[in-house]
Design a binder for this molecule. Structure first.
Ligand code: NOJ
Length: 917
């Protein structure tokens, strides 16, 4: 028998009332199924109990310390209950529900069993902004955040400094001015409020409930309500999925490798126009998970393993997509870092790491005015990401002031009560695909009707969704959906609208700018009119099945230009390296001999083909994708870090026959290349990543020197898999939640190598050029702040006080506006024009608990002529120089000396300075 303290008994009484009420909700549901028929539901008492239990853990399991100074008093009192009462509440909720996976494995750090603040909980709950607690009408005190519909981070824009902005008029790429979307959101919310003012509860619930899997023409669909036309939601982060006459853009990882904000933006804009052209309202990207695990199956959809680089790419991509007219969707929120057991793992992350690494790109997306966010499949600190009050309500909607809506990943929605934890839209709408049941729909209606969930919350959900539609002006001549994602050849539902325009140009430019030159001995590259060329490897040629022969690109056959899974498109065409090389060689010198060998397994044939040719170009790859497809034993995540299809023996065989062997790697992420990287006959290596449809043209641009390479690695290439800090977790039975403890904290990728003095093969930020650059003339200055309205906050920050916690506090302008300026000169000291990627790394004061170097700025210096010097400036904000103080719940400048380096990679520093903080 469980013996309870008096205070805990009181809490139990409260929760049991709720439980009883929740159970009666399921009875009511069966009686009043007024939502669309396709999503009418049946919820059992046991599922309601487990729902309650996991929602309880959403209060209790957030292992984030909070002080009295944080947010509103309700937040601090509830959080203090939460952080003090893990074990007790956990065992209590297990006792109530018969134990659920979500509540049974709590973080090890949650040790206190004292439930000291129960009386505070009750009084805080009754003092909340929601409806009063009554015995028959209970509004659950589950959310610690009152639902203001949109906290405004920049309510008073400062003219000339932070211009008022709408998605159609973004600041130019790379501008350090922070766009103020506040007024545009305010207008959009006001229109949304008007729109829904006369709507019934069922109509508002319908806006929050997808029509069910394959219930419409897009991968996600919201039904029309009255004269509002509903929504089409469609993948992917690299183009419009499941339709024709669209562009297959380079993957996120290739785009990040350019380190060029103009290209991040240009790709986003071109994609935005294509989504709009096809009638899609919501583009399901960009994807901004962090590449914590080198083998992570979907890393290639994102922007690499550094939060700053990922944040800049996410920011510019969102601005571009939304300028093109489509709503962007920042995904997958949050800590969805591996595919293995992605729906059955809890990513256990401390609050500081969450803020500084994983939340940062989402914060940048919010700063770009992102319309929607997709919560992920996994649990975060033992609570599902799509019913996680801490990550959805507290971090996203309150702390960083997100004013749009949160949709679930497809099937990542587990309870009706997720509504109170911050989930606004259920996708695709049904509990399991095609089940015709829904956690929202009739269940949500019933929960509101019986008082379990406040109607104001449903108003907030509908308002957020419809506001995003108006933010993007999708009521103004928006095209009709003109394709059918589930039947691309049906003549009745596919108009085959061509939306490609001249977007192939940006594809080609990113393909060449994203190619990273890793090795180039004695000027092997660029090619100098070779008389004979051998092209070797399966990766150089076409697939036997054509570019789209494998469903969702789930096969590695022929040249690799994207990974597999939902993050793909159909290729309209795919220029292979082999065909582009043949064409370029003849253009270079008619009669150039080009031979090829496409079998990776017959290495003797490959060697014979390469023998006595002026140059042997070997193309190899490594692939990965989403977990619903397994390719060659790789269940989404890569099973190892070696290159695929016998690549290492192939390269070695060719190199043994040809002293001028050039290797081109198309890879989803880092791979181990130790077997051959130091082979003297391997004279050059290009890391060409995943270039999209113009693959062959992009690589010939680099091989022949029409484009001087300037790409930089967005991750570290290690000498051994064991050198990476965080490793793929492959255990688990599926019957219980797999624990993934982020024990490495801030030390992912290069931060781990630096902190532990591990020599990488090629470090983060590394990449060669056909020319050389020198750096000089470092100057650091403080930027005078014309606006004095935040002087007190700035002074408090300078004195080492944590920034006060408040709605929109983490995106406050005073924290993000440029505060320090670093200038220096970059000079081209070689013989050809080239682009340099200058990088700035901050070295936080000793004792700040930061890794030795953290990227906080980069600038592309384009087309510098030989002998020419350019002045480069990079600004730093107070946020850039802050760490997250988990106790005070605010951004804080650690005490001590701030040093920084400017250079050409995370280890090749050319200038060093001190920041005058
Ligand atoms: C699941 C994936 O995780 C997500 O990225 C995608 O947008 C949805 N499926 C819809 O296809």
């Amino acid at each position: 028998m469980v013996v309870l303290s008096p205070r805990l008994s009181a809490l139990c009484a409260l929760l049991l009332t709720v439980c009883a009420n929740a159970q009666s909700a399921s009875t009511v549901t069966a009686l009043s199924s007024s939502a669309p028929a396709s999503v009418s539901s049946a919820v059992s008492a046991s599922s309601t109990a487990s729902e309650l239990s996991s929602t309880v853990s959403s209060v209790s399991a957030s292992s984030f310390a909070t002080s009295e100074t944080s947010v509103a008093s309700i937040t601090s009192s509830l959080s203090s209950v939460a952080s003090e009462s893990f074990s007790t509440l956990s065992s209590f909720s297990s006792a109530v529900s018969g134990s659920t996976a979500a509540s049974s494995s709590l973080p090890a750090s949650a040790s206190s069993t004292d439930i000291a603040s129960l009386s505070t909980l009750s009084s805080a709950a009754s003092a909340s902004t929601g409806p009063p607690l009554e015995s028959t009408q209970i509004t659950l005190p589950i959310s610690s955040y009152g639902f203001t519909s949109f906290p405004v981070p920049s309510a008073s824009p400062i003219p000339g400094v932070f211009p008022s902005t709408a998605p159609k008029s973004p600041p130019p790429p790379g501008s350090s001015l922070i766009p103020d979307f506040g007024p545009a959101w305010a207008r959009a919310h006001s229109r949304a409020r008007q729109q829904i003012s006369g709507w019934s509860l069922e109509q508002k619930v319908s806006v929050a409930t997808g029509v069910g899997w394959m219930g419409g023409r897009c991968v996600g669909n919201i039904a029309p309500v009255a004269d509002w036309p509903g929504l089409c939601l469609e993948d992917s982060p690299l183009g419009v999925r499941f339709t024709d006459f669209v562009t297959a853009f380079p993957a996120g990882i290739t785009t990040a490798s350019t380190w060029r904000r103009d290209l991040f933006r240009a790709r986003g804009l071109a994609m935005g126009r294509e989504f709009k052209g096809k009638g899609v309202h919501v583009a399901l990207g960009p994807m901004m998970n962090m590449g914590r695990i080198a083998q992570g199956g979907r890393n290639w959809e994102g922007f690499g393993a550094d939060p700053f680089l990922t944040g800049e790419a996410a920011y510019e991509t969102v601005l571009g997509l939304q300028n093109g007219g489509v709503q962007a969707c920042a995904k997958h929120y949050i800590n969805n870092e591996q595919e293995h057991f992605r729906t059955q793992e809890s990513s256990n992350v401390d609050d500081r790491t969450e803020h500084e690494i994983y939340l940062h790109p989402f914060m940048r997306s919010v700063q770009a005015g992102v319309a929607s966010v997709m919560c992920s499949y996994n649990l975060v600190n033992d609570t599902y990401a799509c019913q996680n009050d801490r990550t959805l309500n507290q971090l996203l909607k309150d702390e960083i002031g997100f004013q749009g809506y949160v949709m679930s990943d497809w099937g990542a929605h587990h309870s009706t009560l997720a509504a109170v934890a911050g989930l606004d839209m259920s996708m695709p709408g049904d509990i399991t695909f095609s089940s015709h049941t829904s956690w929202y729909g009739a269940n949500l209606t019933a929960y509101v009707e019986n008082g379990t969930i406040a109607e104001s919350r449903v108003d907030d959900m509908a308002e957020r969704i419809i506001a995003a539609y108006y933010l993007l002006e999708q009521d103004q001549n928006y095209p009709e959906v003109s394709f059918n994602a589930f039947d691309m050849t049906d003549p009745a539902t596919n108009a085959h609208v061509d939306v490609q325009a001249d977007h192939y140009k940006v594809v080609r430019e990113i393909g060449s700018a994203g190619a990273v030159l890793l090795k180039n001995v004695a000027g092997a590259l660029p090619l100098k009119t070779p008389r004979s060329i051998a092209v070797i490897g399966n990766d150089s040629g076409p697939s036997t099945r054509g570019p789209n022969g494998y469903s969702d690109r789930g096969g590695d056959d022929g040249t690799l230009a994207m990974g597999w899974g939902s993050g793909t498109t159909q290729f309209p065409y795919l220029v292979t390296p082999l065909e582009a090389i043949q064409a370029r060689a003849q253009q270079d010198a008619p009669g150039t001999q080009v031979s090829w060998w496409l079998s990776n397994w017959d290495t003797a044939g490959a060697a014979a083909t390469a023998f006595q040719q002026d140059v042997a170009l070997v193309f190899v790859n490594a692939d990965s994708g989403e977990d619903y497809i397994t390719v060659d034993g790789n269940e989404g995540d890569r099973k190892n870090l070696t290159l695929w299809i016998n690549a290492d023996p192939l390269i070695e065989a060719v190199a043994s026959a040809n002293p001028n062997t050039v290797v081109v790697v198309h890879s989803v992420g880092p791979a181990i290349i130790e077997p051959w990287i130091e082979n003297p006959n391997v004279t050059a290596v290009i890391w060409a990543s995943l270039p999209g449809q113009e693959s062959g043209n992009a690589i010939v641009d680099v091989l022949w020197g029409d484009v001087n390479p300037s790409g930089r690695l967005p991750y570290t290439i290690a000498k051994s898999p064991a050198d990476y800090g965080a490793q793929l977790i492959t255990g688990g039975t599926g019957d219980e939640i797999l624990r993934i403890d982020y024990t490495e904290g801030l030390n992912i990728d290069y931060r781990h190598f630096d902190s532990n003095n591990i020599e990488p093969r090629f470090e983060f930020g590394f990449g060669l050029s056909y020319t050389t650059f020198s750096y000089s003339g470092l100057h650091v200055s403080t930027i005078p702040q014309a606006d004095r309205t935040s002087a007190a906050l700035e002074a408090a920050w300078a004195s080492g006080k944590a920034a006060p916690a408040a709605a929109g506090g983490s995106t406050a302008l005073w924290l993000h506006r440029p505060a320090f300026k670093v200038t220096f000169q970059v000079r081209n000291t070689g013989h050809v024009a080239g682009t340099e990627i200058a990088q700035l790394y901050v070295h936080f004061p000793a004792g700040a608990g930061e890794p030795p170097s953290v990227l906080r700025g980069f600038e592309d210096v384009q087309d510098v002529r030989p002998g020419e010097s350019r002045t480069v400036s990079i600004t730093l904000s107070r946020y850039d120089l802050s760490v997250w103080d988990a106790e005070a719940q605010g951004w804080k400048k650690p005490a001590g000396k701030f040093e920084f380096s400017v250079g050409t990679s995370s280890r090749d520093f050319r200038l060093k300075g001190t920041i005058p903080v």
